[in-house]
Design a protein around this ligand. Structure first.
Ligand code: NAP
Length: 351
């Protein structure tokens, strides 16, 4: 795949976990990257990106932009052909889901895509969506054609009250398609990753991926883990999917990007061989009935437990292999690389 280095490439949310590896791919290929961040003064959060640019042939320019500020993407987008819109909050511990998740996801997508409409040089926009824009609860997957998620399926069961992060990604992606379908100058390509894991490109990761993996090794799941079905994918493969979505001429539509079908329990068990003597990893399943009983006491809802624990997670990932040319790293390599890095950073200490 040829990365176009003749025009600058815009990446929104450059401090992010996923964005870090996208930037590395672009800079290593010699591209000029326009990187938007909320706080260009937070130099410790940008240092790894500056180092990447210094080490490779590419050029990096930072711009201040906020998803909630209309017009703030116009200057960084000027002259770009390709826009990679990754910025969107990924966190599950929120008090006001409308304000903390849905507003930045939807208003941000609208602002970035309307700016693309107004920027004559743009021909391709890649949206970092999610598989959670495809399904809400794991129990929903049984209703998908053949019992497997495909790019045709949409999440119809999440709301502000139930799985609000999933809801934010669903309404944001719907908004993106409605803006893209109203014009024909630029093409929208959506990347829909499952749970992203693997090492961070920089220090201080804020993505909820780290909170989820931390809970496997900090003693939270010492007594066991749920058979919570999920897909997982390596962050470096997700970055590659974005580059393919941006630069392959025929990339189109939605693209499920997921390497493995697993459960949170199996993910924890995968770590036992290498880290069993250093971390209090889960080694047995917590019965669903027990989880259901204790759910409110551990900050979960009974509806979440009923609709997600004990169901298989299945998705058809053939489009990503066929059209984006992806091959996926083994799950064991990915999770071991991530946990090794987290151990070195002291990330498993209980708060
Ligand atoms: P992350 O590291 O927390 O990155 C989120 C990024 O969004 C940060 O750069 C953050 O910037 C930016 N952001 C948040 N609110 C913003 C606002 N109001 N204005 C401007 N920027 C804002 O999380 P991530 O895991 O890399 O997620 C990146 C994308 O991947 C998101 O769209 C997420 O939904 C999607 N995704 C993630 C996963 C996963 O498992 N991690 C799976 C599927 C899809 P600041 O540094 O300024 O906070």
């Amino acid at each position: 795949m040829d990365i176009d280095t003749t025009h600058p490439v815009l990446v929104t949310g450059a401090t992010g976990y996923v964005a870090g590896w996208i930037l590395k791919g672009l800079l290593d290929a010699g591209a000029t990257v326009h990187a938007t961040v909320r706080d260009p003064g937070a130099t410790s959060r940008l240092r790894h990106l500056v180092d990447m640019a210094d080490a490779g042939p590419g050029t990096l320019r930072f711009f201040r932009a906020d998803l909630l500020e209309e017009g703030s993407y116009a200057e960084p987008m000027a002259g770009c052909r390709v826009v990679l819109h990754t910025a969107s909050p990924f966190k599950n511990d929120v008090k006001d889901p409308q304000k903390e998740l849905v507003d930045p996801a939807v208003l941000g997508t609208r602002t970035v895509l309307e700016t693309a409409d107004a920027t004559a040089s743009v021909t391709r926009v890649v949206l970092t969506s999610s598989v959670v824009a495809i399904y809400g609860d794991v129990a929903d997957i049984a209703q998908a054609p053949g019992g497997r998620l495909t790019e045709e399926v949409w999440n119809t069961t999440s709301s502000l009250d139930h799985q609000p992060y999933s809801y934010s990604k669903t309404v944001a992606e719907r908004e993106a398609w409605s803006i893209a379908d109203a014009q024909d100058r630029w093409r929208l390509v959506a990347v829909n990753p499952s749970l992203v894991i693997g090492p961070a490109a920089g220090p201080q990761p804020t993505s909820d991926s780290f909170a989820i993996v931390k809970s496997l090794g900090d003693g939270t799941m010492r007594m066991g883990a749920p058979r919570l079905g999920m897909g997982v994918v390596d962050v470096r493969d997700v970055a590659q999917a974005h580059l393919a979505a941006a630069f392959l001429p025929d990339a189109s539509g939605r693209n499920i990007v997921s390497g493995h079908e697993t459960t949170i329990l199996e993910l924890g068990q995968t770590l036992r061989e290498r880290f069993g003597d250093r971390l209090p990893l889960p080694n047995r399943a917590i019965p669903k009935g027990l989880l259901w009983l204790v759910a409110p006491a551990v900050g979960q809802t009974r509806r979440f437990v009923s609709r997600n624990v004990g169901f298989p997670w299945r998705a058809d990932t053939s489009k990503s292999r066929r059209e984006l040319g992806l091959t996926y790293r083994p799950m064991k390599v990915t999770i071991e690389d991530m946990v090794e890095q987290m151990l070195e950073a002291g990330a498993f200490a209980k708060a």
